[in-house]
Design a protein around this ligand. Structure first.
Ligand SMILES: Cc1cc2nc3c(=O)[nH]c(=O)nc-3n(C[C@H](O)[C@H](O)[C@H](O)COP(=O)(O)OP(=O)(O)OC[C@H]3O[C@@H](n4cnc5c(N)ncnc54)[C@H](O)[C@@H]3O)c2cc1C
Length: 401
């Protein structure tokens, strides 16, 4: 009598950013740095894994460094296909447009349909570019990827003097920080550094604006901007971006030669087009285990997903995407072993603000635990190097292991 053939569980992963790749790593390797034993385990994982996405990974945290010329697009872009091939994962270059059948089918832009037994959604943020008129036409953003940041740098490099505005807006509807705040502070400091290096800083005004900041707000970040002579336009939000500037709420015109802006963030369009539960702020709803409520064996993590009862300070970050993906992977393994999901993720804000000539470790966690057992100082120029080591290690992992 022939042995019954064990059927593999079909796991589909959508997106190839931080959330999806961390999910994959924790699902297959459990630890970030695979030991030889982990490599041998991969083909025997009992899973048939398909990843649907664009194929190029972008290391977003290094995009602000374009301003000082320390990083360029090839430095931070990785073709993810060899990484997937080494793990025996099927790659589909496509875009998901709908999730159907309670999560068991995903449809793509090319009209294909993929069935799964287990689904992970890690498709990143959507930016509300229509929130303020003229955002698409008259602003640049590091949040849209390397090309847009290259265009902003090209614009600034072409100016010998001028007024530059840098700002952000947050989507507060879900009770957490759905907006890019830290990277915009980083961009303001790095722009200041780059202009000083060029010897033209005195010929430029740099303004930092956000309607989400209270007028006169003080703090460790504000101090770093103030000591660089950056003008704080606290509480300011334009009603429109226009050619050569912005329109104030009272109808006045403000001149700006270049505007770097991060619009509020929300969840994916396909979530609304599908029957997935969506939060008030437009994110895919998930519980503390990373599961989408009412959708068996469907998980979501990273910037596309909301939080269950978040603290108001929790941001969308690569670091949060990692913690959430780790919990989701552990819960998927639990389900495959016949148990119930029991792994919750922690809420934690942790990032290094790179100012090139100074560094700040911004950190807050729900249990008060410090980063890396307090091994690193909270403020030091050496943190710039530490941030760069994290980047190099992660990109080495993707390119070589
Ligand atoms: C300038 C900048 C600086 C930052 N600095 C830091 C930092 O210092 N520290 C930190 O922790 N975080 C930082 N972040 C935030 C961090 O980059 C994000 O939180 C992180 O990228 C979120 O990971 P994600 O996987 O959810 O989304 P992403 O990394 O954006 O990945 C989403 C992936 O899904 C793909 N995708 C989208 N839609 C679909 C679809 N429909 N079908 C298939 N694929 C799809 C995308 O193309 C992409 O590959 C920074 C962000 C920016 C923009």
């Amino acid at each position: 009598m022939s042995k019954p053939v064990a059927t593999k569980v079909n796991v589909t992963i959508v997106g190839n950013g931080f959330a999806s790749l961390f999910f994959l790593m924790y699902l297959l390797d459990r630890r970030l740095f695979p030991m030889p034993a982990a490599r041998r385990r991969r083909p025997r994982s009992g899973m048939d894994i398909t990843l649907i996405g664009p194929g190029d990974f972008t290391y977003f945290p290094a995009i602000p460094e374009f301003l000082t010329g320390k990083r360029t697009r090839p430095d931070i872009t990785v073709d993810i296909k060899p990484f997937l091939r080494r793990r025996g994962i099927r790659f589909i270059e496509d875009r998901v447009v709908a999730v159907q059948d309670g999560g068991r089918t995903v449809r793509t832009a090319t009209g294909a349909a993929f069935h799964n037994d287990m689904l992970f959604l890690g498709t990143g943020p959507t930016f509300r570019k229509d929130d303020i008129a003229g955002t698409r036409e008259f602003t640049y953003s590091p949040c849209y990827g390397p090309e847009d940041m290259e265009r902003f740098k090209g614009r600034v490099d072409g100016l010998s003097s001028g007024i530059i505005y840098i700002g952000f807006k947050i989507n507060k509807e879900d009770g957490f920080v759905a907006g890019r705040t830290g990277p915009m502070y980083e961009c303001a400091c790095l722009l200041d550094f780059a202009l000083r290096k060029r010897g033209v800083r005195d010929d430029f005004e740099i303004h930092f604006f956000s309607a989400d900041r209270a007028a006169g707000e003080k703090g460790v970040l504000t101090d770093r901007l103030a000591e660089r002579g950056i003008i704080m336009d606290d509480g300011y939000g334009p009603t429109a971006f226009v050619d050569g500037g912005m329109i104030d709420p009272d109808g006045g015109f403000r001149r700006a030669d270049a505007i770097l802006y991060s619009p509020p963030m929300t969840g994916p369009v396909y979530a609304r087009a599908s029957t997935l539960p969506v939060t008030k702020g437009g994110h895919i709803a998930v519980d503390r285990y990373g599961q989408v409520p009412g959708f068996a064996k469907v998980f979501a993590a990273g910037d596309c997903a909301g939080h269950e009862a978040p603290p108001p300070w929790v941001p969308h970050q690569a670091h949060m995407a990692q913690l959430r993906a780790q919990a989701a992977a552990a819960n998927v393994r639990a389900i495959l072993q016949g148990s119930s999901p029991s792994h919750r993720y922690r809420h934690e804000l942790s990032c290094i603000l790179d100012m090139e000539n100074d560094g700040l470790w911004m950190h807050r966690s729900e249990d008060g635990a410090p980063p890396f057992w307090n091994l690193f100082p909270r403020r030091s120029r050496q943190l710039v190097r530490v941030k760069s080591v994290f980047e190099k290690v992660f990109l080495f992992y993707l390119r070589r292991l």
